[in-house]
Design a protein around this ligand. Sequence first.
Ligand code: CUA
Length: 346
Amino acid sequence: MKSTFPLFPDSASSLSSHVDALYIIWALVSVFFTVLIAGLIVFFMARYRRSDPEQVGVEERAAVWLEILWSAVPLAVMLAMFAWGTRVFFQLYRPPADAVEYTAIGKQWMWKVQHPEGQSEINALHIPVGQSIKIKLASEDVIHSFYIPAFRIKQDAVPGRYTSLWFKATKPGVYHLFCAEYCGTEHSRMIGSVYVMEPRDYQSWMAGGTGKSMVASGADLFTSLACVTCHRSSPGVTQRGPNLEGVYNSQVKLADGRTVTADDNYIREAILNPFAKVVAGYDPVMPTFQGQVTEEQLTQLIAYVRSLGPTGGAPAGGTGGTPAAGTAPSTAANTPQTPGPAAPQK
Ligand code: CUA
């Protein structure tokens, strides 16, 4: 529940207690050393104060063992805290394989959220409790920051590329959603609510919505934007663009000899700026779609390309890349489709 005492937010995700433990222990260690050092300074000031104006101090050297001790102990403490912090950091930023991907797009001044099944909402996020959820972030204008204090997660949404975060909510309730990056006059109003629901309630909430899944919308776009005319293999026809089946998260060889991973950011760039990284074996003939597709449509197209991923044949642009083993088996990935007329799902 939204706390009425906002000094310390609710703890409602699988990792929030880990973050809190790190934070509290760090605070206690800092307080301990601050008090120790400040206390010793005050104590020595009193104990060794000059008793008459003529007194001159005697030169003293600390024992070697003491020097080593007060260097080694803080070093060990710092390294231990560093290792612990790193561990928590990686837990926070590496989504588990079963995470379901949602999309949140920041825009002056709102958060637009899209569910994999197609529902979209503004300044609200409905999620089931106990499910790992990855949020893919994009921005339509300036840098925003997606922040859910109760889950102890925050990540910038940066224009021009995708970032992501993940969490697993552990307690049903309503929690704050903030933008945590100053993004213009109404930054402070770029807020919303996260509704963590029991799976059954979530299902009935979902049933109330309409709309196509991300993959189906992407498949529609793939046809309506005429991507399908070049990115489909038809026997006997010179193919102008790579077949996209099996491409997602594979290694793609480029015309200039480099090899890149065909991840979300690569596919996004390939749509908006096709000449940047041309696939080996193809001419740079693809028109740019900059200005013709919105951020939402981009994420739908990428969801569609991903749906072609592991189910497809040989990777295009062919270096024999392996279709991603670790891609999230989200609902989006469970609907194999071949390029062509879209098969609306809902
Ligand atoms: Cu968006 Cu502050």
